[in-house]
Each structure stands twice: as C-alpha cells, then as structure tokens.
Design a protein around this ligand. Sequence first.
Ligand code: LLP
Length: 418
Amino acid sequence: WPRTTTWAGEELHIGGVGVRELAAEFGTPAYVLDEEDFLARCAEWRRALPDGEVHYGGKAFLCPEVVRWLDTAGLCLDVCTGGELAVAVAGGMDPARVVFHGNNKSPAELFRAVSWRVGCVVVDSFAEIGRLAAVAAEAGVRQSVMIRVTPGVEAHTHEFIATGGDDSKFGFSLRAGLAAEAVRRVLTEPSLELAGLHSHIGSQITDLAGFTLASRRMAAFLRTMEDENDVTIPKLDLGGGLGIVHRPGDPLPPRPAEVIAAVREAVPAHVRLAVEPGRSVAGPSAVALYEVGTVKEIPGARTYVSVDGGMSDNPRPAMYGAAYTAVLASRSSSAPAREVTVVGKHCESGDVLVRDLPLPADVRPGDLLAVPASGAYQRSMASNYNHVTRPPVVAVRDGSARVIVRRETEEDLLRLYV
Ligand code: LLP
C-alpha cells in the first residue's frame, strides 16, 4: 500500500482522500497514485546512489506529470520507444537526461533521438551501430552510446520478463564474444562515443544473487575491454529489475540501498554506476479502484465477484500469472470472510484479477475494491480490448486529488475509425 494509506471513517483513504469520494468524483475503474509515496521512492533510490545515476524506467508508467516529478526528484529517464521519448519531452525533461533503449529502434526513432540530443543511446545490435553512426555523422553529432550486454545471468522470475540470458533478444552476448566485438565496432565509429556498458537481467527480482553476479561479470568485462582497447569506459549501468510485494506473505525484496551495496563492490572506482528502477518506484505507489457490479454464487463451485475493469487495465494476471490481492475499501464489514474469485468484465474466462481471495461474505454491488501495488505495468500496458476505455490516473496528495491522465472516452476510440 502507498505510505499515506489509512482507514478512517470506515473507508480506505489514500493521500488523505477517501475512496468513496474518489469514485464519486472520478469514476471507476481508476488508478489512484500517491504522489508523496512516488517521490519518496525516487528519493530512496537517489539516496542509495548519490554519486551515480538513477534513471527511472519509463515503461513502468509514464505521463508528463510524472516526468515533472522525476525532474524534481533528480532522476533521469530511461525510454524504449519514440513514444516514451515524446512523453519525456512533453513533460519538460531535458533530452540530455534521457537514455534511449530498444532492440529494434527505427531509423526515424534514431534520427529523432540524435536530433533532439538525447543523452545516451543504448545500442542493441550490429545493424544499429551502423545505422546510428550514419545518422549521427549526418547530423554532425558525436552521439554518446552504451552497449547493451547480456551477461548470461538467469534472474529467477517469469520467463517473459527475464532478459539477461545468452539467448535473449536483447543486446550482445558476453559468452559468445559478441559484446567484445560490439565494443570494437563502436570504437571504430568516429560519430559514436563509448560512454558505458549496460545490462538488465530481468524484472520483479526479489533476491540479490542475480544482481551481484551480473555486476561482477559486467565489471570484469569492462576492465578487459579497457585493457584490450586501451580506453576508459566511464559508466556501468546495471538496469532495473527490483521486485515489489503484491500480497501479504510475498517475499520481501531488498531495499534499493541493499541492491546498491550488493553491486557496488565489483565496480571499479573510476566507473560511474547507473541503475534503471521502474517497478520499485511506481508499483507500490498506486492502487487500482474498482466497483463491484455483480456477485454470482455457483453452489458447490465458486463465487465470482465481477468488477468494472479487468484484463484491459491489468493484463498481468493473465499474461504472467501475477498474483494480486484486493480489499473491500468503501466500508467495513463484520461479515465472515469467504473465498471469491474477482473477475473483470471482458469477454473471456481468463479475465481473472484475483483468485481465491477472502472477502467479507456480504460483498455486494456498489462496493469498492482496492488492489494495491498497481502503479507499474498496468496503465502502461492497458488495452482497449472489447472497446473498453482506459481508466484515468488520479494523483492524490495532502487531502486533494487531481487527474493526471484523463479517462479515455468512446469518442477517443471512435476517432481512429475511417
Ligand atoms: N531497464 C531496462 C533496459 C528494462 O528493460 C527494464 C524493464 C527496466 C529498466 C525496468 O525494470 P523494472 O525495474 O521495472 O523491473 N511488463 C512486465 C515487465 C517488463 C519489464 C521490461 N523491462 C511486467 O508487467 O512484469
């Protein structure tokens, strides 16, 4: 739960605002984002790495207002598409503080990154090194780059979000010698400047072993490359990946300072360390708010509680088998708990938000359910499946609430049709 969450007057409050008031004013479903909590998480990362760089992973959740918060907090930004870059600029971020990722950046994206003077482009393939060098030469720019390396570390996470293995689609394999070749190639391009090496081993990681191993391998590789090529490589970026708690009893992930302590030892003194946390900043800061529409009891089987959103605003349970929890947030109840399945309104049976959730037996239409840890990879992965409009993001702070991403309307959807 976001740090300002309290129970008052028998309902859940976030940022000093009650959920009933939020639902009445902004409708449901909605993502409620605790500004103070988000900023505190940025500050925790900043404090953990005062002499390095913290780039927020914009794919977790991005909008112009959040870009302004990042600026205030002294964080830089990692983007992985031209669209994310456009949001960064719309939010007023200096492109020099943006790092541009992606395994298949288009020529147009590379051109825009170079002409907008993006601080760093993370090159991901030999083809891209050539393309970027040409674009930069054409623009008369010496583009700073990092090389994305797959260090052969298997993070213990879902296979779809593990990215550090040798057979990953991302980056250059260390073991196969491709990363060393990429370093040599970048060094031969006069329009490129080798600013650092980068690795990212996966996401929703809750133990330190993978981070430590990756940092050792990357630091050793960096030294070897410096020696072999007689250059200095000033930066090592170890990516993001720190996990969060979704349910009571989930493994407690380490704090940012523990991650930094675990990786820092391997990093040579002259090398600046960078990280790219996404989920661990945005995830715990927001709550998804839904209204219950129907309660269906199937005798001898299960009880379905249907809410007014579902897999379009949170695809993670269906995609990754991610386990969430929810609570009755709009009132207190002394009814005994019974296990229910919380489902969405989409036209398929896989549209389950929470399985086997104990909820008070008197849960009924009109009740509000709150799902914690909904700030990362939910709004940013939301779809319009079944022509459902995407929910707003409401920022709460010190007792007041404001929309920072408005609710999509049917007009928004219809606008695309020819
Ligand atoms: N840096 C790079 C290069 C990345 O690829 C990612 C995430 C991050 C940083 C941020 O990682 P974080 O700290 O958020 O774990 N859609 C999936 C997660 C995909 C993550 C992709 N890359 C999910 O919902 O779990």
